[in-house]
Design a protein around this ligand. Structure first.
Ligand code: A5P
Length: 232
């Protein structure tokens, strides 16, 4: 389904506000990446200005800079073993809360944060709800060394796609790696199997599949409602 961009922004703001209202004093909070996560960060900045005392770790330089500019105290992820709550968006989410992420190129750091979090709240507008993962494609982070050989292996196994570009240059993640966006197969019927196969290829750092990570999903609807969705 399509929602016009102005309405979609309002939905993202409502999602960000709702997620920020769930943050409590003393928490270490993980910041996701992307336009929906940005709305969460903006609402969190407001709450901090009103006296909320937290520290944040970030899944991207972009989100980190925004939080820093907004005056939220930063913690160093290299010295954190457990995050209380991470809030992040998703590119697709299925009825079992399996997700595809990485549209913003931050999938590896997002997964490190999500997997280290006691709670992960995913905030998505209803356009992100799918029955089967895959229409979005699957971002895969690969190291730059020998990338042609890595891509050759991916393609040999039937995972066609292309290297992500930005301004006609190869896109580099915050980790200095490339993103290969798998476009085929169009849908992933057995995403766990695909994940295993892809991650066994030397040079692959990680995929944009996120399984068993979301503890809650907040869905924003075009009619303005925000609802908590239970996993099947
Ligand atoms: C960032 O790498 C992604 O995983 C984002 O969470 C995802 O792309 C959602 O972004 P939007 O909120 O901008 O749709």
């Amino acid at each position: 389904m399509k929602i016009d961009s102005e309405k979609q922004n309002d939905i993202k703001k409502a999602l960000g506000k709702r997620a920020a209202s769930l943050v409590k004093n003393g928490m270490i909070v993980g910041l996701g990446t992307g336009s929906t996560a940005n709305c969460f960060i903006e609402s969190l900045i407001e709450r901090c200005k009103e006296g909320l005392k937290i520290e944040v770790v970030s899944s991207s330089t972009h989100s980190l800079k925004r939080a820093e500019k907004g005056g939220i105290p930063l913690a160093d992820m290299n010295f954190i073993t457990k995050i209380d709550l991470t809030v992040d968006g998703a590119d697709e989410i299925d009825p079992y809360n399996r997700m595809i992420k990485g549209g913003g190129g931050a999938l590896v750091r997002e997964k490190i944060l999500a997997s280290s979090s006691r709670q992960m709240i995913v905030i998505v507008d209803e356009t992100k709800l799918v029955n089967q993962l895959g229409d979005f494609g699957l971002p895969v982070e690969i190291i730059s060394f020998g990338y042609s050989a890595t891509i050759f292996k991916l393609k040999e196994l039937g995972y066609d796609g292309e290297l992500r570009k930005l301004d006609h240059e190869l896109y580099k993640t915050d980790n200095g790696n490339y993103i290969f966006d798998i476009r085929s197969p169009k849908r992933f019927l057995t995403p766990e199997k695909d994940d295993d196969v892809i991650k066994k290829i030397p040079g692959v750092v990680d995929t944009g599949f996120f399984f068993n990570m979301a503890t809650s999903v907040l869905v924003g609807y075009a009619n303005g409602n925000v609802k908590l969705r239970k996993a099947r």
